[in-house]
Design a protein around this ligand. Structure first.
Ligand SMILES: Nc1ncnc2c1ncn2[C@@H]1O[C@H](COP(=O)(O)OP(=O)(O)O)[C@@H](O)[C@H]1O
Ligand SMILES: [Mg+2]
Length: 255
């Protein structure tokens, strides 16, 4: 039996007396696009931070392509092929937008995959074009709107040419039209192909999102967290009919 692409087993994280992640266990395959949902404070962002090595779990294990990556440093996780965007965007504000993405292109992983420094700028530009903000490439990152910052996050992640891409609320702060565009970009990326000098193998994806309508259109599986615990894991149709899921959302105020 071959090891699952991503295998999360018994992952647990406490903040003081608060159990933010409680024995979370699931596996996903190389071709999957998985939605991760749950009420505010359910532990979604904490789970991403545990996978990426920003936080260390108290218990449990994360394996990626058959290797134990639990507790590795973030740079090491990125070089193994996992990239993430975050709900709270933290670009290098005083650097131009394109320089923010060039940093990702200089990761050993991205450099090993063909291109050398003189082509880094062109490659960064392809990532910005993919994310839809190439026209602003030379402006300071501090000038960006929330929606455009989100795009910059996506460009920075995509520039590392990941095999697993984790997006924390990619539609957050976007207008309905911008949300549609972002959803299309995500689907295009998942399918894979060449985007200028960028080669996308079509990364597996975990997408955290509050806008369930839009999320359900692009994923075929949804995992639901509540109080740090997985309460449902199935197709979007199964999950929205699940009484425990309905209860968790109604408890939050009828979402
Ligand atoms: N660094 C931290 N220190 C203490 N508590 C935290 C920290 N990060 C998150 N939490 C708490 O952990 C729980 C899960 O938070 P989070 O993962 O951000 O939820 P979500 O992304 O699902 O809204 C919340 O109760 C939150 O207040
Ligand atoms: Mg969050």
């Amino acid at each position: 039996m071959t090891a699952p692409f991503l295998d999360i087993n018994g992952l647990t994280k406490d903040f003081g007396g608060l159990r933010a992640i409680n024995h979370v266990t699931f596996a996903m395959g190389r071709q999957e696009m998985v939605g991760l949902i749950g009420p505010n404070g359910a532990g979604k962002t904490t789970l991403v931070r545990l996978i990426c090595g920003i936080l260390k779990p108290d218990k449990g294990k994360v394996s990626f392509k058959g290797r134990n990556i639990t507790g590795l440093k973030t740079w090491d996780v990125v070089n193994r092929g996992i990239a993430a965007t975050f709900q709270n965007m933290r670009p290098f504000r005083r650097l131009p937008i394109i320089a923010n993405v060039m940093v990702s292109c200089l990761s050993p992983r991205a450099m090993k995959r063909g291109e050398w420094v003189k082509r880094v700028e062109a490659k960064a530009m392809d990532a910005l074009e993919f994310a839809g903000i190439s026209d602003m490439a030379l402006e300071k990152a501090s000038t960006l709107s929330q929606g455009d910052l989100k795009r910059l996050e996506v460009a920075r992640a995509v520039a590392t040419e990941p095999e697993l891409l984790i997006l924390d609320e990619p539609f957050g702060g976007l207008s309905p039209a911008e949300t549609d565009l972002m959803a299309k970009s995500i689907q295009r990326l998942h399918k894979g192909g060449r985007f200028g000098r960028l080669h996308s193998e079509g990364p597996a994806m975990i997408i955290i999102e509050h806008k369930l309508q839009q999320l359900m259109k692009i994923v075929d599986r949804i995992i639901v967290l509540n109080f740090g615990t997985v309460i449902a894991d199935g197709t979007p149709e199964e999950v929205v009919k699940n009484p425990e899921v309905i209860e968790a959302y109604l408890g939050e105020g009828g979402a």
